[in-house]
Design a protein around this ligand. Sequence first.
Ligand code: ITT
Length: 193
Amino acid sequence: MATVVVATGNPGKLTELKDYLQTLDWTLALKPQDLEVEETGKTFIENARMKASEVAIATQNWAIADDSGLSVMALGGAPGVYSARYGHSDADRINRVLRELGDEPDRRAEFVCAIALARPDGTIALETEGRCPGAILTAGQGVGGFGYDPIFYVRSQGKTFAEMTPTEKEKYSHRGIAFEQLLPALKQLEMDI
Ligand code: ITT
């Protein structure tokens, strides 16, 4: 059974990634804590590739990485790839988005999640991107999830990501959509190696 290192230092993401990956026959390992990958890419997919490749090479194992973030239309796509660096805490980051958006009537936004799987030599075996459209509320609602979840409202469900159960978020979120696309190929790969 092959080992795949889950290349993230974000505990919220880690919980979700483990949920998606546990249906597979891979042995999951955590990224060494002191291994930091600088995210210099201009796109989510570039950063996901970078994280997966560097962690795979450093650990000599398969590695899977997620680069994700929130893109707000009226803010020209910000915070985008800077989502994790938009403030010092989740509360700071949420407040900054709300402050910058002010009373702007156009609240459209989307969450994007790029996933890349690298082989032990750092080459990319699989990659994909999932998107979830939504709207930014004027104040947070709900206590589930992580990051920007309380202010991200999904119209088709009538609730924010933070008000969804983990199963609901798994179904509708950018990460859930990315994994739905990736799982058949991951299953195939698992049988081939
Ligand atoms: P790793 O790079 O170690 O995986 P990170 O937190 O730095 O962790 P990113 O660079 O991909 O990860 O930043 C993504 C940020 O976008 C994350 O810190 C959250 O603030 C936000 N984000 C991503 N997915 C989210 C989700 O499902 N719900 C809420 N916020 C999310």
